[in-house]
Ligand binder design. Structure first.
Ligand SMILES: C[S@@+](CC[C@H](N)C(=O)[O-])C[C@H]1O[C@@H](n2cnc3c(N)ncnc32)[C@H](O)[C@@H]1O
Length: 240
């Protein structure tokens, strides 16, 4: 099974909350003079649509592309609940996507879809305004760090923003940037935690040792038998 299909059922979903992390990002995008009103938009690696569903409420139409069918199913389910009808979905990878039109705005948030030089170049050419939100090299997670060490591996946080900045500089393209830090507290049931940490190890090519996972997560169980994780994430928003 596609690793993101496995993740979909526990992945964050659209929230109308004005104090959410997504609301902060959308506010900063607006401050960088990007206005989705009446624009055509492509959301590359859209996931469950945590940004797509906000954008679609003011844009003319949004093409939501993702290579996880389960993520797209959740997106369509939430769009239906919200009565949003201007989203088209495309199931496939960004590199395979047949780009035969130019969009007003392209957005890619927290997705490895735009990673290689070819994928960044395609993203750059697909729209007039581009928005990229990516990891900026910090994901201090109480449990992941300990878990990887216990598996005699080093957990290295992703740094997608660095790659895109390097490319922008190499092409002498001017861009605006803003750093974000997010403190995330998550509670999972024991079985959700087992599934989640097993996934994190596997996607980074580490063979999960169930005994080590159990020993590690037990240390983070609260009195209600929930596994409590604290993470500090650093991300960078790039607009050009
Ligand atoms: C961490 S999620 C981010 C989802 C959403 N953009 C957000 O900010 O919540 C990463 C998403 O990128 C998608 N993805 C990963 N590689 C991809 C690729 N090569 N082409 C298209 N989608 C991809 C995954 O399926 C997943 O839904």
């Amino acid at each position: 099974m596609n690793k993101w299909d496995e993740k979909a059922k526990n992945y964050a979903r659209y929230s109308s909350c004005k104090n959410s992390f997504e609301a902060d990002i959308l506010k900063s995008i607006k401050e960088f003079d990007v206005d989705f009103t009446d624009r055509s938009v492509i959301d590359v690696g859209c996931g469950t649509g945590v940004y797509t569903l906000h954008i679609a409420q003011i844009a003319t139409e949004v093409l939501a592309l993702d290579y996880s069918k389960n993520m797209l199913e959740i997106l369509r389910e939430d769009a239906k609940k919200l009565g949003i009808k201007n989203i088209k979905t495309d199931h496939g990878t960004w590199s395979d996507f047949d780009l035969n039109t130019r969009f007003d705005i392209a957005i890619c948030t927290m997705s490895p879809a735009v990673k290689s030089v070819a994928e960044i170049e395609k993203f750059d050419t697909c729209a007039n305004q581009k928005i990229y939100l990516g990891w900026a090299g910090t994901r201090d997670c109480t449990i992941l760090d300990e878990l990887f060490t216990a598996h005699k591996e080093i957990y290295s946080p992703p740094n997608g923003a660095k790659r895109v900045i390097k490319w922008l500089k190499s092409r002498e393209i001017k861009y605006k940037e803003k750093g974000f830090e997010e403190l995330k507290l998550r509670e999972r049931t024991y079985s959700e935690a087992l599934e989640n940490y097993d996934w994190h190890l596997r996607v980074r090519g580490v063979k999960p040792n169930q005994k080590i996972i159990k020993n590690t997560i037990e240390k983070f169980c609260n009195s209600e038998k929930k596994v409590v994780e604290q993470t500090i994430n650093k991300m960078k928003l790039l607009v050009w």
